[in-house]
Design a protein around this ligand. Structure first.
Ligand code: R2B
Ligand code: URA
Length: 292
């Protein structure tokens, strides 16, 4: 018996496993009826925190008039389903996002999901744009400004390209109404392994460079077409490319990094801005489902 691994792109070893335990999200390829639970999923929406993904999923369920189910097991990652929309948290940073993406990519495969797309809906620092701007990413760049996600495997560097789906980005943008009350721009996204020194901040516990050094780097970043900085887009792009899944990254800026390092938004401003990627993706999903 094998556990129903369909995709030729995925790990060939999976086909010979009797059972695959998806430890961090709490499912089993044989003991859970994944096709019944998740077979209808078309949109996998990911973001940092479980509480935000719960709010997003409730909003999807309300607006699309779809059934809402909380599939969260354990405390690592929140998993909520609103009809064909699965909302999953990925935590902070590439390692956390990589773990959940491996398991979710396998899960949608075991569930037999067809034409599924992955969308990260997050927060970020902006480059040369005011707080509250929504950035739809073209590709993720690493700290050396290369469109690559590099991982050490068996003592060697494995490089995965981080171009995001042009088609999906266009589809998302074309589903927006012009009067949603905020700016949406496109650009490259710098994906870093740290929030402080890795993002050229001078307010971390350590800093060996000057404000001028920082500004020189951020201008170089801007010249590479970067409009925002965050910490997971490269994994979303790299792993979805490897799996042949279309992916998009849609993030709201919390500050302009050419002006400041500290996020000083009030709770209300943060809540308001955090709903913007949701509004953008809700318009897209509604259009795709013929509900607009
Ligand atoms: C954006 O915000 C988080 C750091 O504050 C991180 O998850 C990211 O990518
Ligand atoms: N998230 C980041 O990764 N960087 C910022 O500046 C703000 C949010």
């Amino acid at each position: 018996m094998n556990n129903n691994c369909h995709s030729s792109n995925l790990n060939p070893h999976l086909k010979s496993f009797e059972e695959d335990t998806l430890f961090h999200i709490g499912f089993s390829s044989t003991h859970d009826d994944l096709p019944e639970m998740f077979g209808d999923v078309k949109f996998v929406c990911m973001g940092g925190t479980s509480s935000r993904m719960k709010i997003y999923s409730e909003r999807f369920a309300d607006e699309l008039k779809m059934e809402w189910i909380d599939y969260t097991k354990g405390e690592r990652y929140g998993i909520f389903k609103a009809g064909p929309v699965l909302c999953i948290s990925h935590g902070i940073g590439k390692p956390s996002a990589s773990i959940v993406l491996h398991e979710v990519i396998k899960m949608v495969n075991y569930a037999g999901c067809q034409d599924v797309v992955f969308i990260r809906m997050g927060t970020c620092g902006g480059i040369d744009c005011e707080a509250g701007t929504v950035v739809v990413s073209d590709k993720a760049l690493d700290e050396m400004l290369k469109p690559e996600y590099n991982l050490h495997v068996l003592g060697k560097v494995v490089t995965r390209p981080t171009q995001l789906s042009h088609v999906l980005a266009e589809d998302i943008l074309s589903s927006q109404s012009s009067n949603n009350g905020f700016n949406i721009i496109r650009g490259n996204t710098l994906c870093t392994s740290d929030f402080f020194e890795g993002q050229a901040r001078i307010d971390g516990a350590f800093c060996h460079y000057t404000e001028e050094d920082k500004m020189e780097y951020l201008k170089k970043v801007r010249n590479a077409g970067v409009r925002n900085i965050e910490m997971e887009s490269a994994v979303v792009a790299g792993l979805c490319n490897a799996a042949n899944i279309k992916a998009a990254v849609v993030c709201v800026t919390l500050l302009d990094r050419l002006k400041t390092d500290q996020v000083t938004l009030t709770h209300d401003q943060l809540m308001k801005y955090e709903m913007r990627p949701m509004d953008v993706i809700l318009a897209f999903v509604s259009k795709k489902l013929g509900k607009q």
